[in-house]
Design a protein around this ligand. Structure first.
Ligand SMILES: [Fe+2]
Length: 247
């Protein structure tokens, strides 16, 4: 989320890597540029700092210069439940040290812009996936939709992780059939704002109902996320722990 979030990732990722030695590190980057959208230079920075794959969301195309980057062989995905012909990819398989990780991103439909059915799109995708290691992100507003999506994938996914609200939920758990789930991982960005945006502008919008230009808040950024541990052969999750710290 903006400059503050990028700085937190740059400074905090090393600590997480030392602590957990993750095989794969995935970050949602849809608000990395000034609080909305992402540019190729910023995506390059995130990769340089240790992110293996960037996911986007409803603001995927806000900075138009990212569009050609999505089809240029970079590990970045936009929501898969968009119309056929939309630039970029909605899912991808990462490979590292002999392990394949399938990653898919969908947007929810409740209190969101119009997207295709995330369930039907995911069912279509999952048919072709051979690796047992599967990460699904649902980028949405409604907790009900995200929780339902996780239940629906229980036993078919290593992890189902929610994003978009910027507020970390405390419901991380492993579902009965081995899928790690959390309704929302939160954000990497400034806490002294409203979802990472400057609180004065946000308050003005609420108090006056006038259109107000929102900009990313500054100040020290927090790092939110989850660490998922999975069994190597089955791909089932054995541990899920959320983190929240200021580097
Ligand atoms: Fe979003």
């Amino acid at each position: 989320m903006g400059r503050s979030g990028r700085k937190a990732v740059q400074e905090g990722l090393k600590k997480l890597e030392d602590q957990h030695q993750p095989l794969f590190c995935i970050a949602n980057g849809e608000n990395a540029a000034g609080g909305i959208g992402i540019t190729p230079d910023i995506a390059d920075d995130l990769f340089l700092w240790g992110i293996d794959l960037i996911t986007l969301g409803n603001h995927a195309f806000h900075k138009r210069e990212i569009i050609p980057y999505l089809d240029a062989g970079n590990a970045i995905v936009r929501p898969s439940n968009m119309p056929p012909g939309t630039p970029g990819h909605g899912s991808m398989t990462l490979k590292k040290k002999g392990v394949e990780l399938f990653v898919s991103l969908v947007c929810g439909r409740v209190f969101m812009e119009a997207f295709d059915d995330p369930f039907r799109e995911t069912a279509r995708l999952i048919e072709k996936v051979s690796t047992p290691h599967r990460f699904f992100e649902i980028h949405g507003e409604a907790t009900s939709e995200k929780i339902a999506f996780a239940w629906w994938l229980d036993g078919k996914a290593t992890a189902v992780v929610g994003t978009h609200t910027h507020v970390q939920t405390s419901d991380e758990r492993i579902l009965p059939n081995g899928t790690a789930a959390i309704t929302d991982v939160g954000m990497c960005g400034p806490l002294d704002g409203v979802l990472g945006m400057q609180k004065s502008a946000s308050l003005h919008r609420f108090l006056t109902s006038m259109p107000t230009r929102l900009e990313a808040s500054e100040g020290k950024g927090v790092l939110h996320g989850v660490v998922v541990e999975a069994e190597m052969t089955s791909g089932k999750a054995v541990a899920v722990n959320k983190f929240s710290f200021t580097p």
